[in-house]
Write a protein that binds this ligand. Structure first.
Ligand code: SF4
Length: 505
């Protein structure tokens, strides 16, 4: 058997098949629409294509690597291929599996940017370009089945036509390790596939059902576990049970990235890295320290995908210890965090467990402390907050603005995102641009000013190496400078409008 005999090809569009120049934060750039930078240059700056070996992806999104590992475990003949090289492997392919994060741009970041700029985000454009590309059309004509899965699968419920038209044969939603073999086998046997396959509660994989990745993941991302115990109303993760991987499994996956991928970087991924190994909301010192010491001994640099402000605020000494371990090899590290709101009332209503082990009404204070601890320890958050949460009042928005003011001296990015109905709030209405009021505008400008203030500092800390990355840093600085001018211009125009209205009144 040779590579050319593969019957299953796995791929993703080019916004996902990128290492974002080694900086996960730059991946946010895929949520933006076309702008003042020509598309070709913008794509190179924010999502350059991954290296390939004869068209095979030398690294790939972690979720796709898990599916690949499961299919290999079940003896399927599978290859993970760059989207630009699919044709090379098409002759024997009977099924193409496509991984997606945000296929129609309905995710919070892309919806917000799309409604402001009235254009489709890059990630949606590239996904649609892939599924309608001549190579996929040719594959379909030859009887090849197209199966789509990944964290963005839920969006197809809002666009069922694409499945009904049979451009895609089946959309798989949920953690698929236990069912993916059955679905791909049916596809190979030319059996009828369901348009949508929602992974049932019984089919959610237990720890022992989840295989190790066997090929490198993008930027060395490896999972620490799945699920979250905080149960925020607006979040899809709430629905999944909490499972933590044993340290040995995590180290095996880090080793795959180091040995095969030659990646000496790791991004530890979970909904809250600070809660690794804990069954409640109090961080486990021993497990976290051991995890970091073990991982850092194999690699050169680390980042976290997400952590919570409450867990940071609960254990400042532990954060200092982890910082001591991490900063031996690097100047800072980053994580995404959910700031969500500065209103204690709203926090109590929609995310009562987010502040645990503190009380929900203490949320604004917990957030302030968390930001301060992160700043002191060089943990740089990319924080998101939600604009237009159901039942949000003017008082709630004012409290959020006060919180943004209070953390202004903490090194961070703060990104406001429009509410998207997910999790237990999936039946509520989307927040639309037409609902943005004056206070929302002020809040959004305040966040932009905060991020503008810190962006140059973060760029200086991120691109310290020599060579092309120094040139790249200057590009980002020019890009950030133009964006700053445009935001400030918009602010001035808005203020002038308000003054004019006042005078007319
Ligand atoms: S928003 Fe974050 S903390 Fe809340 S349930 Fe989701 S993953 Fe957990």
């Amino acid at each position: 058997m040779t590579n050319q005999d593969a019957t299953i090809l796995l791929t993703a569009d080019r916004t996902l098949m990128s290492n974002y120049h080694g900086n996960q934060f730059l991946g946010f750039g895929t949520c933006a629409p076309s702008n003042f930078v020509p598309d070709v240059l913008y794509s190179y700056m924010f999502f350059p294509p991954l290296k390939t070996n004869k068209g095979l992806a030398t690294s790939a999104p972690y979720g796709l690597r898990k599916i690949e590992a499961q299919l290999l475990k079940e003896d399927f003949n599978v290859l993970t291929v760059s989207p630009q090289h699919l044709r090379k492997y098409l002759k024997t392919a009977k099924v193409i599996g496509i991984h997606t994060m945000d296929p129609f741009g309905f995710g919070p970041a892309s919806t917000t940017l799309a409604s402001i700029f009235h254009k489709e985000p890059f990630l949606a454009r590239h996904f649609q370009a892939l599924v309608t590309s001549p190579v996929i059309r040719e594959a379909k004509k030859n009887g090849c089945k197209i199966i789509v899965g990944g964290p963005g699968a839920w969006q197809f419920h809002y666009r069922p036509q694409i499945v009904e038209r049979k451009s895609i044969d089946c959309v798989v939603e949920g953690e698929a390790e236990k069912v993916v073999g059955k679905i791909f086998r049916s596809a190979l046997n030319d059996e009828k596939l369901p348009d949508f396959y929602e992974v049932s509660h019984e089919d959610v994989p237990k720890l022992e059902d989840i295989p190790d990745i066997v090929q490198p993941s993008v930027n060395g991302l490896i999972e620490l576990g799945r699920g979250c115990c905080r149960g925020c109303e607006f979040c899809n993760v709430t629905i999944r049970p909490l499972r933590w991987y044993p340290l040995e499994k995590i180290l095996r996956e880090a080793a795959v990235n180091v040995k095969i991928g030659k990646h000496r970087v790791v991004c530890l991924h979970s909904e809250d890295v600070m809660l690794y190994g804990s069954q409640n909301t109090i961080p486990n010192d021993e497990k976290l320290i051991k995890l970091h010491e073990s991982v850092m001994s194999q690699i050169h640099s680390i980042s976290w995908s997400h952590c919570s402000l409450a867990a940071v605020a609960a254990k400042p000494k532990l954060v200092a210890k982890l910082s001591e371990i991490i900063l031996q090899k690097q100047a800072w590290w980053g994580a995404e965090i959910g700031l969500e709101t500065g209103s204690a009332t709203l926090a109590k209503k929609i995310m009562p467990a987010k502040a645990l082990p503190f009380k929900p009404e203490e949320w604004p204070q917990v957030a302030r402390e968390g930001f301060g601890i992160m700043h002191d320890n060089k943990l740089c958050p990319a924080a998101t907050l939600i604009v237009g949460l159901p039942d949000e009042t003017e008082e709630d928005i004012i409290k959020t603005m006060e919180l943004v003011d209070d953390v202004s001296d903490c090194r961070s990015l703060i990104v406001p995102l429009f509410f998207v109905p997910l999790g237990r709030l999936k039946n509520r209405d989307w927040f639309r641009k037409t609902e943005v009021n004056k206070l929302h505008e002020q809040l959004m400008f305040k966040c932009a000013e905060h991020s503008i203030r810190w962006v140059d500092n973060l760029l200086d800390m991120s691109f310290t190496d020599k060579g092309y990355r120094v040139a790249l840093k200057e590009f980002y600085k020019v890009f950030a400078g133009i964006a700053k001018r445009q935001i400030r211009q918009a602010e001035t125009t808005e203020l002038q409008k308000q003054e004019k209205r006042k005078l007319q009144d």
